[in-house]
Design a binder for this molecule. Structure first.
Ligand code: PLP
Length: 453
């Protein structure tokens, strides 16, 4: 039995994969990735694939970057782990300072955890407790967007809005207010941008006027609803929400887990519209895509509501065993240093333009109803009938078929339903973006048009 067969047997015996229908998994057939070089993944059979999904939207500098590896190795010599509960360590301290320095203005305090979901969960708990301790205990509920995705923990699922992912857990979730999804092509209000004057954002105004006394915070994925299918918000949308929140004393939580660290073409998406959130969740690209570390950043005002005498019990009673692990902080510091030294965000501009040009070509395909892009995140939506917008039968799994057709052509991507998602590493070269576009175009033609080149 070769190595692949042996590993596959063990995988099928014992491994339960996330977001995966395990009855279909054996037939895919499963890829087993053993190594990586730069923006490429290499499987146990030695085949190379461009990592077009950035290993689930995390890869910033490519895999196995020597500077990040060296930082991790050096940290292992000094301190592998020590808790932040009642103790501190140099790297957690330095990283908190660096994050506060680069974050949108006003976010001066950093609370670590290990995933995007927990960073969001923490933001929700902080927002709730903030009002409990600021003399407004009735402010308990949240506003969120239809189609939002904020993670898998119960709080983050409660503020999420993707039925497919969340329906089953309904009885476990807390109720929220939902704003219409800012999806211009399928405008829920039946309007057109820009003559709509951002009515979907303005819908927050009457909601807060009526219920602001009971609402503690709004949570939003700034500029792009990622897991909803790369739904890009119209210019000005985010700022309108933020202004209405400020006018009604409702905290603004930016979930930059997917959009943070350069992905949108700005270091943080909030900076594209000059937003200063009260709380911000980051994860994914924080360590350059190497180790699980996330953070919730809070404003001084939020932080101060948690200060008091011990017996007042205003403490933020939250913290995980591995919170702020030093090795993960070392990776994050090295990644931020690389971004700074290499001027990564500025260097992405030509790649973003190249992606945009290629997407315009793909948009001409007869079953591509829309392409959406913000920075180096893009979605290509497939439909059965372009004129009417009639979707494919979900059982056909067209998005899945397209991404499987990419594999023999040397590209790994992941769809969201029938939206083909392109999320190349921020360090992608012109050749790599070119390959990604060519392969995806070919795979879409093959699957939706029966092979037309
Ligand atoms: C906007 C957003 N928030 C939160 C999360 C959850 O992050 P994680 O999967 O690291 O828990 C994701 C994951 O895709 C996300 O896109």
């Amino acid at each position: 039995m070769d190595q692949y067969q042996e590993l596959l047997g063990q995988d099928l015996d014992h491994l339960w994969h996330p977001f995966t229908q395990m009855s279909l998994w054996p037939g895919e057939p499963p890829l087993i990735i053993e190594r990586a070089e730069g923006n490429w993944l290499i499987d146990v059979q030695g085949r190379r694939y461009l990592d077009g999904v950035s290993s689930l939207w995390v890869t910033v500098h490519g895999h196995n970057h020597p500077a990040i590896k060296a930082a991790i190795a050096a940290q292992l010599e000094d301190l592998d782990h020590s808790t932040l509960l009642g103790l501190s360590h140099p790297l957690a301290i330095r990283l908190a300072g660096e994050l506060a320095a680069i974050a949108p203005a006003g976010l001066s305090k950093v609370f670590y955890s290990e995933s995007g979901s927990t960073a969001v969960e923490i933001a929700l708990k902080m927002a709730f407790q903030y009002w409990q301790q600021s003399g407004r205990p009735k402010k308990k509920t949240f506003v969120t967007l239809e189609g939002a995705y904020h993670g898998d923990t119960l709080g983050s699922v409660s503020v999420g809005g993707i039925d497919l992912f969340h329906q089953i857990y309904g009885p476990l979730l807390f109720p929220v207010h939902r704003l219409p999804q800012p999806h211009c092509r399928l405008c829920r209000l039946g309007l057109n941008y820009p003559s709509c004057d951002l009515a979907c954002a303005s819908a927050l105004e009457p909601l807060l006027a009526a219920h602001g006394q009971e609402i503690c915070a709004l949570i939003v994925e700034p500029r792009v609803q990622g897991a909803a299918g790369i739904i890009v918000q119209p210019q000005g949308y985010l700022r309108r929400l933020w202004e209405i929140c400020r006018a009604h004393e409702v905290l603004f939580i930016a979930d930059e887990v997917a959009t943070g660290f350069g992905r949108t073409g700005s270091l943080f998406a909030c900076q594209l519209e000059d937003i200063e959130p009260d709380l911000m969740a980051v994860g994914k690209g924080l360590t350059g895509g190497v180790l699980p570390l996330s953070a919730t950043l809070a404003s001084q005002r939020v932080y101060e509501a948690f200060l008091g005498r011990f017996e007042e019990f205003k403490t933020f009673f939250h913290g995980h065993t591995y919170t702020g692990n030093p090795i993960t902080c070392a990776a994050a510091l090295a990644s931020l240093e690389l971004m700074r030294q290499g001027d990564l965000v500025a260097k992405m501009a030509p790649r973003i333009a190249q992606l945009s040009q290629g997407l315009q070509e793909i948009a001409r395909r007869p079953h591509v109803v829309e392409v959406r892009q913000q920075g180096l995140m893009a979605g290509i939506e497939l439909v059965a009938d372009k004129a009417s917008g009639q979707a494919y039968d979900p059982a056909l799994r067209m998005g899945h078929q397209v991404i499987m057709a990419c594999r023999p052509l040397g590209v790994i991507i992941r769809p969201l339903g029938d939206t083909v998602v392109l999320m190349p590493p921020l360090s992608s070269s012109a050749e790599e973006i070119g390959l990604l576009l060519r392969v995806v175009d070919q795979a879409i033609a093959q699957v939706t048009e029966g092979g037309r080149p």
